[in-house]
Design a protein around this ligand. Structure first.
Ligand code: BTN
Length: 147
């Protein structure tokens, strides 16, 4: 028992130091993706994981003038996320009839940089059910924090 006490003390301190040293990925802030699109995510609600923000896309599938558009999303709050949470958000384009859903995970890479690895579905509006087959695009985007 006398020998066990310092062992557990060292173990406790080592685990504590480890959890202090491991960087967490935080969604809030300014992000830019591989297309040059800019995204701002406001505060993530600590209890619910719900967040809002804005999205300035660099590209469009339409001929419309691009405008900054609102986004709403949720971050997974389960305790198993280990500082690299999964999330999803929807961008409701303010200049087109389309809507995009993104899903992804917030990672800390080997250099300690935060990166959002996402996949998206862009749903365009079509006038007829016969055109449904061509209404959805799919892709990936990688976001890094804007410096
Ligand atoms: C539209 O063209 O109807 C709205 C803009 C869509 C932009 C898409 S969403 C997925 C991809 N990632 C971006 O940053 N922009 C494009």
């Amino acid at each position: 028992m006398v020998q066990a006490t310092p062992f557990f003390l060292v173990l406790f301190l080592a685990l504590g130091a480890h959890s202090l040293a491991v960087k967490k990925c935080s969604l809030a802030g300014h992000w830019v993706n591989d297309l040059g699109s800019n995204m701002t995510i406001q505060t993530v609600n600590a209890k619910t994981g719900i967040f809002a923000g804005s999205y300035h896309t660099a590209v469009t599938a339409t001929t419309q003038e691009i405008k900054v558009s609102p986004l709403q999303g949720a971050m997974q709050k389960s305790p198993n996320q280990k500082g690299q949470p999964t999330f999803g958000f929807t961008v409701n384009w303010s200049f087109s009839d389309s809507i995009t859903v993104f899903t992804g995970q917030c990672f800390v890479d080997d250099d300690g940089n935060e990166v959002l690895k996402t996949m998206w579905l862009l749903r365009s509006h079509v006038t007829d059910i016969k055109n449904d087959w061509k209404a959805t695009r799919v892709g990936i985007n990688v976001f890094t924090r804007q410096q």
